[in-house]
Design a protein. Structure first.
Length: 291
């Protein structure tokens, strides 16, 4: 075995040969250095930057840059150990890169898109985003894909290129506040001043609604069977509760407040006028009742 490992694997020049033992050492060094680089990058970010006020996604960027910088140093060290000139390596890597590029276009596209997402930061780790009608939280932004945890607990793996090219809504890019609304209809004849006051009190009493800016009560329309009011208020999307559950809470509070004050929440109604002076119409109504 020792004799085999000391045999020449390939010749770089007349005076320089590379043995199988050197290749084995180089591969072992690459494997160990790879794991050590990941560990060192993680420890540096965790220990040195833990006390600094740096966002989670910025730490991920720094950790990734440190890791790749150490990998480059490792590769240069291996090339120096094997005595391979950088010019030769550049020529070989260029040829390999061209062939690899044609065969792995999607992988390279997602890799570059991941770095664009991390540098331009249209999304960040922890952001609440909406994509294809689904809302979730950004868990991680990797080299190939972005991990999104939906509100129902499911994890979605989205290729970075799709995240970059799709019409993605980031609810928390600049601030965590979002405006939502609840519509309610009250019966005709209700005291609309009392209705407005009750709606304002409900929003003020609801703990997840923001005090500033306050709620806006809009008398939207005279409906067929109701006086329609829209209640607009702001909540924090990071409150840990879905928007539909927040609107449900507000509807419960509105119904309770209206019932306590005798305000009737409207329901569809129709006024039917019967002309009893027309014998034919009365006969038709009786036939309808018999049916």
């Amino acid at each position: 075995m020792i004799e085999f490992l000391n045999k020449t694997a390939f010749t770089m020049s007349d005076s320089h040969v590379i043995t199988w033992l050197q290749i084995l050492y180089a591969l072992g060094f690459l494997i160990v250095a790879w794991f050590l680089s990941r560990l060192l990058a993680f420890l540096v970010v965790k220990k040195l930057l833990s006390s600094a006020r740096i966002s989670q996604d910025s730490r991920a960027i720094i950790q990734r840059i440190l890791f790749y910088a150490m990998i480059v140093l490792v590769l240069l060290t291996v090339l120096t150990y094997l005595g391979i000139p950088l010019a030769t390596f550049a020529f070989i890597s260029g040829a390999v890169a061209i062939g690899f590029g044609f065969g792995a276009k999607t992988i390279i596209e997602n890799f570059l898109s991941g770095w664009i997402l991390m540098s331009e930061r249209p999304i960040r780790i922890g952001d609440i985003v909406e994509m294809d009608g689904l809302i979730g939280r950004i868990i991680s932004i990797g080299n190939r894909s972005t991990l999104i945890k939906r509100n129902d607990g499911a994890d979605i793996v989205v290729p970075n290129s799709q995240v970059l090219e799709s019409r993605l809504v980031n609810w928390t890019l600049h601030d965590p506040f979002i405006r939502t609304s609840v519509r309610v209809g009250v019966a005709y004849g209700s005291d609309i001043g009392l209705v407005k006051n009750l709606l304002e009190q409900v929003i003020q009493a609801y703990e997840l609604a923001q005090k500033e800016p306050g709620a806006v009560i809009v008398f939207e329309d005279f409906g067929d069977s109701a006086l329609i009011f829209d209640v607009f208020f702001w909540v924090s999307i990071q409150a840990g509760r879905e928007m539909r559950l927040i609107r449900s809470d507000v509807r419960f509070l509105i119904e309770e407040a209206f019932r306590a004050q005798g305000i009737v929440i409207a329901f569809p109604q129709r006024d039917v006028h019967v002309n009893f002076t027309d014998p034919g119409q009365l006969a038709r109504l009786q036939d309808h009742d018999n049916e």
